[in-house]
Design a protein around this ligand. Structure first.
Ligand code: ZN
Length: 462
């Protein structure tokens, strides 16, 4: 039998979480069908010469906000998925808040799924746990959500959960075999500090960071871990901004708690002096930390203590950023970063000793595991979906607003210089982004319903 491949990518540096070899791979019917080493390559309908560039699994971004239905003027699945493709992201998991309605009941999920069908790359959807939807969780699970998200502090129009509700929600969610992700900042501490700062007339940029100290993050992480320990539910702490936060999670893992840690590129690239310099466009929660704290977080990344790196792409209108020019509390909090994850890690990682397989592990393989999508996603293995990204790690560029595919072309990253550019993104064997152009494609929805199985701790490869 003669084998015909649809696509061969040759002359590449092929990098997976435990692979870094010169050679290439072949694709048939949207899946990885063969690997080869060195300069030889089999025949195929289409052959791409990678010219020595790096070929990696497409990223699985577990934390994006596309704001549809209801706030498509902030982002939307069409623009958001295009930006994902331009950033080398071939699977995203979209958060249940910032849309109207938030994804907290079956009808809202149905509306979300209808909007999400516009995506050009594959995707899954989060469900929300809020203060009054315990009775809706089962419908959301049956509807295919890939996990549940809750806020421990106040978020605009996404009611926070207290410990009692979190305990009840975690117990229910654990029963599905699913997991809970939390935004961990202490409600009482942040609320009191913000009120005191405002009462003292503070509106300046530094006041934002002072209102949300690391202590507030640690207090909430401790509470969430305690509840996970008590209920046996699997817990994921999103956007951890501090080394001490990662350390609390590592300590809990060591005593057997099923908890995972996520951080974001902005905590590894920026620090509080950038909020001072850039203003509201760099406002996020938790806030950017001190330069020494950023380096301590890098130490945890290099030590393997961070499971997942996700963008937390959280867009808005420019006017909602500009509103905070004279009052940082009035600005929308969130950084548009979907296209910057790989450039940040390729720029800042190698000079600190981060390897390319480590980048793959945290941005593709581990997030795929978190959502039960591995090894179909986030993996270079025979039979895995041919979701691939070709990057030139040596290419230097300065990010410009014109480079952005976001509906609102602003980002804290604009004006920054990067080394490491996405040249080609492939979804299930089909190019969706090439050298600045988006190519038509239809993404598939990846439902999480019925997974229900115990997963290996992240970092331990099966
Ligand atoms: Zn978020």
């Amino acid at each position: 039998m003669t084998e015909t491949f649809d696509l061969v990518i040759r002359n590449a540096r092929v990098v997976g979480e435990d692979r870094d070899v010169a050679g290439g791979l072949a694709v048939r019917e949207g899946r990885i069908a063969a690997f080869f080493e060195g300069g030889t390559a089999p025949e195929a309908t289409e052959t791409i010469d990678a010219a020595g560039r790096v070929l990696m699994p497409g990223l699985v971004d577990g934390h994006v906000h596309f704001s549809e239905p209801g706030r498509g003027h902030w982002e939307g699945f069409e623009t958001g998925s295009r930006a994902a493709a331009a950033g080398g992201i071939t699977t995203f998991v979209e958060m249940p808040l910032n849309a109207h309605p938030p994804t907290i009941h079956a009808e809202a999920l149905r509306l979300k799924q209808a909007e999400a069908a516009k995506s050009i790359v594959d995707y899954a959807l989060w469900g929300g746990l809020v203060d009054d939807n315990l009775a809706d969780l089962e419908d959301l699970q049956a509807g295919g959500v890939a996990g549940f998200k809750a806020f421990m502090c106040t978020a605009s129009d996404f009611p926070r959960v207290d410990a009692r509700l979190m305990r009840a929600g975690m117990t229910t969610i654990a029963g599905f075999g699913s997991f809970l992700a939390v935004h961990a900042e202490d409600e009482v501490m942040t609320g009191r500090l913000a009120a005191a700062l405002r009462a003292a007339g503070r509106r300046d940029r530094a006041a934002w960071g002072e209102s949300r100290p690391i202590a507030a993050e640690l207090s909430a992480i401790d509470e969430a871990i305690g509840l996970a320990e008590e209920t046996g539910a699997r817990l994921h702490i999103v956007h951890v901004s501090s080394a001490a936060g990662i350390d609390r999670i590592s300590a809990a893992k060591a005593r057997g708690v099923a908890v995972t840690a996520e951080t974001c590129p902005h905590y590894l690239f920026f620090d509080e002096t950038d909020l001072e310099r850039l203003g509201p466009v760099a406002k996020c929660a938790p806030p950017l930390r001190a330069p020494s704290e950023r380096e301590a977080l890098w130490d945890r990344v290099l030590a393997g203590a961070v499971d997942v790196i996700a963008s937390d792409h959280s867009p808005c209108l420019w006017s909602e950023k500009a509103a905070g020019e004279d009052d940082i509390f009035a600005a929308w909090g969130g950084i548009s970063g979907l296209q910057s994850t790989l450039p940040v890690l390729l720029t800042e990682g190698p000079r600190r000793g981060l390897s390319l397989p480590d980048i793959v592990r945290m941005t593709a393989s581990n997030p795929a595991r978190l959502f039960g999508l591995h090894p179909r996603k986030g993996s270079l293995a025979i039979g895995s979906d041919a979701d691939l990204v070709l990057v030139d790690p040596e290419a230097s560029f300065t990010l410009r607003e014109d480079d952005l595919f976001y509906r609102n072309r602003h980002s804290a990253y604009c004006g920054s210089a990067f080394r490491g550019r996405v040249d080609l993104t492939i979804s299930r064997g089909t190019a969706v982004y090439r050298d600045g152009d988006i190519l038509p494609h239809r993404g598939a929805r990846l439902d999480g319903a019925g997974l229900g199985r115990v997963r290996q701790p992240l970092g331990e490869t099966a």
